[in-house]
Design a protein around this ligand. Structure first.
Ligand SMILES: NC(=O)c1ccc[n+]([C@@H]2O[C@H](COP(=O)([O-])OP(=O)(O)OC[C@H]3O[C@@H](n4cnc5c(N)ncnc54)[C@H](OP(=O)(O)O)[C@@H]3O)[C@@H](O)[C@H]2O)c1
Length: 303
């Protein structure tokens, strides 16, 4: 299959490109800069130059493909608190990608997240539906829109990722947790640290995107979750042991000071499962788990 990928030069997108090529597909990646275009070419992908806001370019590239994987998202806007703008731009991109696919049964698969699917402590499952809400919850509008596209003859699917997609090149939450431990001289968790975070390695997540492009039925919500819930205390211990720092429980207020915008997330109990996805796609995660990956790859001395 010839598959068009937005976000192909990103942390997960580069693993998706490698996964597609290894499975014999043709990968065509969107690149907004010379650097991203060079990275994609070096990896063996074809390149479409453009910004994800360039709706004509998105439509043309989707029309020219057997399937589309949409991973780009304007994190800069979202992390600046402009969630509504980021979500609205994403919806426009999805509409542009979907228009040429209507009635073709070709795949349109988007990336999303498991955060906010359920209340605290309940394991989020594929059948759960997030309702659009202020803040990070605004993005649920994209998920809704994509699942509804099934009625228009698009083989639409959403791949929900855990907050901790880990692996080489990670610049997300775990490196920030490690940096906070280095800066404060102790590895912290909140309360008893029993709250759980789900996790997946980026290469295992990439396999879910490939399988979804190949075979997910229209309207599928999929979970790229390898580990249902790693207790935060165990993550704090892995970081503390590896850096030779004590592990200490802090209050939610201290967590906000120490972890910045991550402070509220550090205390979340947000497990998620992937039983339906494994059964539907025949997916079995094969890469290192979060704690092993952290011990082996996240704690090298800084120069
Ligand atoms: N990583 C996680 O833990 C995690 C967890 C949950 C959900 N997700 C979702 O999974 C998807 C991929 O995440 P990631 O970690 O791989 O993100 P990432 O490393 O930040 O990569 C983002 C990608 O989107 C591209 N992009 C951003 N704005 C663009 C624009 N205006 N025009 C064209 N391309 C643009 C970037 O291009 P450049 O290379 O040019 O910057 C890059 O290829 C995202 O939708 C993200 O929200 C990730």
């Amino acid at each position: 299959m010839r598959i068009f990928i937005t976000g192909a030069s990103g942390f997960i997108g580069t693993a998706v490109v490698a996964e597609l090529l290894a499975a014999g597909h043709e990968a065509v990646g969107l690149a907004r800069s010379d650097a991203a275009a060079a990275r994609l070419s070096d990896a063996g992908a074809a390149v479409v130059r453009g910004d994800v806001r360039d709706l004509d370019a998105l439509g043309r590239a989707a029309a020219d493909a057997d399937g589309v994987l949409h991973l780009a998202y304007d994190h800069e806007l979202a992390f600046a608190g402009r969630h509504d703008e980021a979500s609205a731009a994403d919806l426009r991109a999805i509409e542009a990608l979907a228009a040429p696919l209507a009635g073709t049964d070709r795949a349109l698969v988007i990336a999303s997240g498991t955060l906010g699917l359920t209340g605290p402590g309940r394991v989020a499952v594929e059948e759960d539906r997030a309702t659009p809400a202020p803040g990070f919850g605004a993005r649920a509008a994209s998920t809704d829109a994509v699942l509804r596209l099934a009625a228009t003859g698009v083989r639409s699917a959403v791949v929900r990722l855990p907050p901790t997609v880990h692996g080489d090149g990670d610049t997300g939450f775990v490196p920030r947790i490690v940096a906070a431990a280095r800066a404060s001289g102790e590895s912290a968790d909140v309360g008893d640290g029993a709250n759980r975070w789900p996790a997946v390695h980026r290469r295992d997540a990439a396999t879910v995107f490939r399988l979804a492009a190949e075979a997910a039925p229209a309207g599928s919500a999929l979970h790229a979750i390898a580990e249902e819930g790693v207790p935060f205390r165990e993550l704090a211990e892995a970081v503390g042991d590896g850096l030779g720092l004590p592990v200490r429980s802090v209050t939610p207020e201290q967590a906000a000071e120490r972890f910045g915008f991550l402070g509220a997330l550090v205390a979340l109990d947000t497990p998620a499962s992937s039983g339906r996805t494994r059964e539907l796609l025949g997916w079995t995660p094969a890469e290192a788990g979060l704690l092993q990956d952290v011990r082996e790859h996240y704690l090298a001395p800084v120069a």
